[in-house]
Design a protein. Structure first.
Length: 367
């Protein structure tokens, strides 16, 4: 039994899903009954500064010269928002965003439809949404950083495989309405302190210590962090990884060669064999969308994902070599065309969610 569900106040909250402009059309105004919801922080650390805090001398807010003497700083935690539907299934789904993103990834889509948060709540799964440390609602870090404001959205338009430059790919599963792209770019958030995989994975491991068994659903940059989190915590009973792009872990001494591509190099990571074998104990499925070339491309945004798929196949084979259960699915090869780097919010996200539901059912994770 999931420990956080103990002592739940069983006062049902009925949420009328008028979230976004079109969600009611998709579900014919059906209501979603939420039995419990809340939020909390998990993981993190506390810095204690030497000295004695003087409430008179140091008690005035002075941003240009604030004394930290005798004071503390709580930071590097993750933020978690959870909802538990009425008559919920046993295992919760824990959704973890990718680079430059927050838990908004899983919420209402940029064009106003329901995202995976509501789709899987309707399928009676408890849903937990993460903002990883130093991001979004967990922005309080314990180290200093500078946030630059540099125009970069066409770069991400390409890396997120929506199109080239400012032109959408033909057949792309993203709304061509200007407001959709406006909303999409407003989902992006900065790191408020340097990225630290130990800080992030420790927080997620602490989350599973708190809630017990569950399924981890990752996207992009959290994919590699998801493998490390599963190594750290056996309460992660399965992983669904959408478009992992880095952080593939192999046994030490068996790390494959790096993959060079236009614009960069993708390197794998070595871990001790006993830790690697933890990944062979759980079912894992990886999904990639469309517009990923099989041969080198002149466009770095496409090339990055060609390298990622190549490394993911090596990783799948290595885990399975040691008795694991890893499946890699390219959506365009199973009938879903036009998906971007964000299948969970594309126009066909119901079809994408159906594939995930099939996986959960097949692996007996949807009871």
């Amino acid at each position: 039994m999931i420990r956080i569900f103990n002592n739940i106040l069983f006062a049902s909250i009925v949420i009328l899903l008028a979230i976004g402009c079109t969600s009611s059309r998709i579900y014919n105004n059906k209501t979603l009954v939420i039995q419990d919801q809340g939020s909390f922080s998990v993981g993190g650390s506390v810095i204690e500064k030497d000295g004695v805090f003087d409430p008179i001398k140091h008690g005035a807010f002075n941003p240009s010269n604030q004394s930290s003497e005798g004071q503390s700083l709580h930071g590097d935690h993750a933020y978690v928002f959870y909802q538990i539907p009425k008559q919920s299934k046993k295992l919760p789904l824990v959704f973890w965003h990718g680079y430059g993103q927050s838990s908004m990834t899983w919420e209402t889509t940029a064009d106003g439809r329901e995202g995976f948060q509501n789709i899987f709540l309707r399928r009676r799964f408890p849903v937990f949404l993460i903002d990883q440390p130093r991001r979004g609602k967990a922005s309080r870090g314990t180290v200093a950083s500078t946030i630059n404001a540099s125009p970069d959205e066409q770069l991400w338009f390409g890396i997120f495989r929506m199109g080239i430059g400012k032109d959408f790919y033909p057949g792309v599963q993203f709304s061509k309405e200007p407001e959709a792209l406006n909303q999409f770019f407003r989902h992006m958030v900065p790191n408020t302190a340097p990225y630290d995989i130990e800080v992030n994975t420790n927080a997620v491991a602490s989350l599973f210590d708190k809630i017990g068994d569950g399924v981890l659903v990752t996207h992009s940059h959290s994919g590699g962090q998801g493998w490390v989190s599963a190594i750290k915590n056996p309460h992660i009973k399965a992983i669904v990884a959408y478009e992992p792009g880095s952080g593939f872990v192999f046994p030490e001494g068996q790390v494959p060669d790096s993959i060079k591509y236009v614009g960069g190099v993708l390197r794998a990571v070595g871990v001790p064999m006993d830790k690697f074998l933890n990944l062979t104990k759980i079912p894992i499925i990886i999904y990639y969308g469309d517009y990923i070339p099989d041969s080198p491309s002149i466009y770095p945004g496409e090339e990055q994902w060609r390298a990622a798929v190549t490394m993911a196949k090596r990783w799948r084979d290595k885990v399975n070599q040691y008795g694991g259960d890893v499946t890699l699915v390219r959506l365009n090869e199973v009938g879903l065309k036009g998906n971007t780097h964000f299948p969970m919010s594309d126009l066909n996200n119901i079809d994408v969610a159906n594939l995930m539901s099939e996986f959960l059912k097949k692996k007996k994770l949807d009871n």
